[in-house]
Design a protein around this ligand. Structure first.
Ligand SMILES: [Zn+2]
Length: 152
């Protein structure tokens, strides 16, 4: 093995070991807290799956209230941030402060920002910079990960 490929190997293994505690931390914080979650919900929230577009009943939801994490109940979005993006997925211009944590997701050959519940670690969707409102953000959320609680 020459010096160059040895250094390459060394930097790869360093990267692996450096990211290991982070990976362990993520899996430790990801827990199923709601025993009533369906297989489809678990696949999205713990396997980073995506529901079929235009499949969520919440797309039609127009009432005032809050959207909560289906796993832990954490309050994530206000109905005032919801808009119709035409993509077939629930879209929000902003999340409530501290609701989510993000990470860069390189799956499907794209660079996207994945976000997950700050409380339980469950995956919810991806956030894009093409939102129509002042925030410029579009939180593209799987409806199956959310529970809507109307005001009053
Ligand atoms: Zn949660």
């Amino acid at each position: 093995m020459n010096r160059k490929s040895f250094l390459k190997l060394l930097s790869f293994s360093c990267l692996f070991f450096l990211s290991l505690p982070y990976k362990l931390l993520i899996s430790a914080t990801k827990k199923i807290l709601n025993p009533e979650l369906s297989e489809a919900q678990k696949n999205i929230m713990f396997n980073e799956g995506t529901e079929k577009p235009f499949s969520s009943n919440l797309l039609k939801e127009k009432r005032k209230g809050f959207y909560h994490c289906a796993n832990c109940g954490n309050k994530l979005f206000s109905s005032t941030a919801k808009f119709d993006s035409g993509t077939g997925w629930l879209s929000f211009s902003e999340a409530l402060p501290g609701a989510f944590k993000t990470k860069v997701d390189y799956s499907f050959g794209m660079r996207r920002i994945e976000y997950h519940c700050a409380n339980c670690g469950a995956h919810h969707g991806h956030v894009f910079d093409d939102g129509p409102s002042a925030t410029g953000k579009r939180f593209c959320n799987n409806g199956l990960c959310l529970i809507f609680k109307p005001e009053n």
